[in-house]
Design a binder for this molecule. Structure first.
Ligand code: NCD
Length: 293
């Protein structure tokens, strides 16, 4: 039995096989509609979510299975003080597989150590979000055809954004990848990620200017400032609109730029960008469903 806690739990070959399978499901969903008949997925979400939870649930329903679970900590026994390890042992009596989101880094990993059924990490604090990363990889593969020789701009809250941490973690395995890390000084990527990039000799630049970075980018991954991880509301208010992508800023961008965002968007991408053929963030949502299937 395997769990999915970190995007690197899969080898590059396994990721490639999974992405190809997601493509086949995308082309012929009916062929897979009985695959998980009589199987149950539990979604244990200790942190609010709309799209990720619904994406997991839609995926299981598309496979002919069933779903159960809870959508937030205050409607679960966690609010009575139950440990994640106990919850998982109880839930594994009811479900064949579990998707867990938790505000604490490492909670799904702890759960996996006590769980007799597979655990999928659906986001742990500011750490990893492997199924979002797989959705991102599927989007990159579909839009760019390959993962090699890409200049990837990550923009926004690089300090707290787990989708950013998780995607850098996964993309650094591919040849010729370069990262441009665009954020305010206070929201730079954590030191442990910089050390990993340095250790592996992966090229990266840190900058505060989206405008300077724009012309060189093949992918622009915009992110929301993660309000829920700030200690201080005033800092959030000061930083939340640091970057707002609009059609003017895209004037210097490549014609085949791929604009991504894990969503939810707050102000970081103006709605006027939605009609630009380079906007890929709603395709990314659909890809998320196919990869979770
Ligand atoms: C992201 C998350 O939860 O980390 N959303 C998602 O899963 N699609 C990004 C975010 O909340 O900003």
């Amino acid at each position: 039995m395997r769990h999915l806690i970190d995007p690197l739990d899969f080898t590059q070959q396994e990721i490639s096989t999974l992405l190809d399978l997601a493509d086949r499901i995308h082309d012929d969903p009916a062929a897979y509609q009985e695959v998980a008949r009589h199987k149950k997925l539990a979604t244990l979400f200790y942190e609010p979510s709309t799209r990720t939870r619904l994406s997991f649930e839609a995926a299981m329903l598309n496979l002919g299975g069933h779903v159960l679970g809870f959508p937030s900590e205050n409607v679960s026994s966690a609010s009575k003080g139950e440990s994640v390890a106990d919850t998982i042992r109880v839930v594994s009596c009811y479900a064949d597989i579990v998707a867990m989101r938790h505000p604490k880094e490492g909670a799904p990993m702890i759960a996996s150590m006590r769980s007799p059924v597979p655990i999928i990490n659906a986001g742990d604090g500011g750490h990893n979000h492997p199924t979002q990363t797989l959705a991102d990889l599927l989007t990159i593969q579909r839009e760019k055809g390959s993962f090699e020789n890409l200049t990837i701009g990550m923009c926004g809250d690089l300090k707290f954004g787990r989708t950013v941490h998780s995607l850098i973690h996964a993309m650094r395995r591919y040849k010729g990848v370069k990262f441009i890390l665009i954020s305010p000084e206070e929201l730079k990527v954590p030191e442990y990620i910089i050390q990993e990039l340095d250790h592996e000799g992966i090229p990266y630049e840190e900058t505060t200017s989206l405008e300077d970075a724009m012309p060189s980018l093949d992918i622009l991954y915009m992110t929301r400032v993660q309000q829920e991880r700030f200690f201080n509301e005033a800092d959030y208010v000061r930083l939340k609109d640091s970057y707002i992508l609009n059609p003017d800023k895209l004037e210097t961008a490549k014609k085949d730029l791929c604009i991504m965002h894990p969503l939810p968007r707050v102000n970081e991408i103006s709605v006027a960008v939605d009609d630009d053929p380079r906007a890929c963030y709603f395709k990314q949502v659909l890809n998320g469903k196919y990869i979770r299937i």
